[in-house]
Design a protein. Structure first.
Length: 457
């Protein structure tokens, strides 16, 4: 004998298992009966409970996202695909920053309370911006735990890296990218053959190639698990800024001091996990191809000029070169640079009007018509030979001059941020990962970098 129990009675009985939540009871029954349409309706209804409703635009008081940076009023929102493209205006840039920080807040919240919605919602409310987020819709909370940050975050890292911006870049469409190598300028010849004759003037075929293989550089920050709702927003902004700075700093270090040799040119202390193991950098290239290197034990304009002339054909267009001076040399020696006869190069003679004094103006835009960049990352504990060695002096630095078009940096689109929880240390670990590679496009023996060594600090 079949006994039919009214649906309302089933719901009431089952609701007891869900702490009186009748909608969840109805959902369980609909799933059991295979009622797809009713199941979707109830899932949507339950998801809507956790929605943070939009409050964007002038009709809602024109809130402005100005937590840790200047940003215009946000009057629109972007789709996930739009967030990962280059921002088209200041408002899109502000939205992308909010996206990153909200994503970080969600991941911290997921690790702290196992609830990404809690952190994302709290962050948005604290900055005066709210958006409909839930765990059901495709544009909901699942988007805040996406694996890739916004395009603006990658741009921020690149902008803070002084040296990376000097090198031509391209987007790597895959982890490994192979491009034709370069031996200098393309061959140019006068076509002298008659009509329909074979062209024999250029019989050479360039078969050399250069391979870029994306390396992962990761920046890490640890936070106490004792995070409160009110501190989530501040922590998210701080994490974004600190991780961007760390990645930029270490990309520049790898450009300057990168070496894949074992041991590293600066000794075994540079371990396998050090970012300076990512690729061959400028100093290593110059130490391998020494044709343009100069001893700067006597720091004169003639010695610096020899660094330029030593580059040969690579110095034909001075605008393609770039000086990289350590901070100590820039302020301690460059502004007071003299020639071999002890005559000042830049400082005007007493009573003479020879242009702006760099000590007063603080500007030395170019040296021999070549742009000057100052970097505080250049090592100041090198030996007299241009590398670190505990058996030699450890009180020298160096000056670099390189041909920018000879180098190319491949960048894999996007930076990933992950958060992990440590039970033993009671911390939340945030890790941001940048992927890319640096390669010289010239033959392995090319003298396209000049190193000035033996410069006392």
């Amino acid at each position: 004998m079949n006994i039919s129990i009214p649906k309302t009675d089933l719901v009431e009985r089952l609701a007891e298992q869900y702490d009186g939540d009748t909608e969840r009871a109805e959902l369980a029954i609909s799933k059991a009966y295979g009622d797809k349409k009713e199941t979707e309706r109830l899932e949507r209804l339950i998801a809507e409970r956790g929605v943070v409703r939009p409050a964007i635009g002038s009709e809602h008081g024109s809130p402005s996202a100005t937590l840790c940076y200047d940003a215009p009023t946000i009057t629109k929102w972007l789709s996930p695909a739009q967030v990962q493209r280059a921002p088209r205006d200041a408002e899109e840039r502000a939205i992308q920053r909010v996206w990153d920080e909200c994503q970080i807040a969600a991941k911290l919240s997921a690790a702290r309370w196992n609830d990404p919605l809690r952190g994302a919602r709290c962050y948005l409310e604290q900055i005066g911006q709210t958006k409909a987020i839930d765990s059901y819709t495709s544009t909901g909370a699942s988007e805040w735990v996406a694996s890739v940050t916004s395009a603006d975050f990658l741009t921020t890292v690149q902008a803070r890296a002084k040296l990376a911006g000097l090198i031509p870049q391209f987007t790597m469409g895959a982890k490994v990218v192979t491009l034709p190598g370069s031996s200098g300028r393309a061959d140019c010849y006068l076509v002298t053959g008659a009509e329909n004759s074979n062209i024999t003037e250029d019989a050479s075929v360039l078969s050399r190639s250069v391979v870029w293989q994306a390396n992962d550089l990761a920046a890490r920050m640890d936070w106490s698990q004792n995070l409160e709702d009110d501190s989530i927003a501040l922590v998210a902004a701080e994490v974004r800024n600190a991780l961007a700075y760390s990645l930029a700093y270490n990309i520049d270090r790898a450009i300057l001091d990168g070496d894949t040799s074992s041991p590293h040119m600066d000794g075994a202390a540079i371990q396998s996990t050090d970012p300076r193991r990512a690729w061959i950098g400028l100093r290593k290239w110059a130490l391998t191809n020494t044709g343009a290197n100069q001893d700067l034990g006597t720091f004169t304009v003639e010695a610096l000029g020899a660094m330029v002339s030593g580059l040969g054909d690579y110095a034909e267009d001075l605008s393609e070169l770039c000086w990289v001076f350590p901070t100590t040399t820039y302020f301690g020696s460059l502004m007071s640079l003299k020639d071999s006869n002890n005559n000042p190069v830049w400082l005007p003679a007493a009573g003479a009007d020879t242009g702006p004094n760099p000590v007063v103006s603080g500007q030395i835009g170019t040296l021999f018509g070549i742009p000057v960049v100052v970097s505080g990352i250049i090592r100041t504990d090198l030996s007299q030979y241009g590398y670190y060695n505990s058996d030699y002096e450890q009180n020298n630095t160096c000056v670099l001059l390189f041909h920018r078009p000879s180098w190319r940096m491949g960048i894999r689109k996007g930076i990933t941020i992950e958060v992990d929880k440590s039970i033993t240390s009671q911390t939340l670990t945030c890790v941001a990962t940048w992927r890319g590679d640096l390669r010289c496009t010239q033959p392995s023996s090319a003298v396209c970098v000049s190193l000035g060594y033996n410069k006392a600090v």
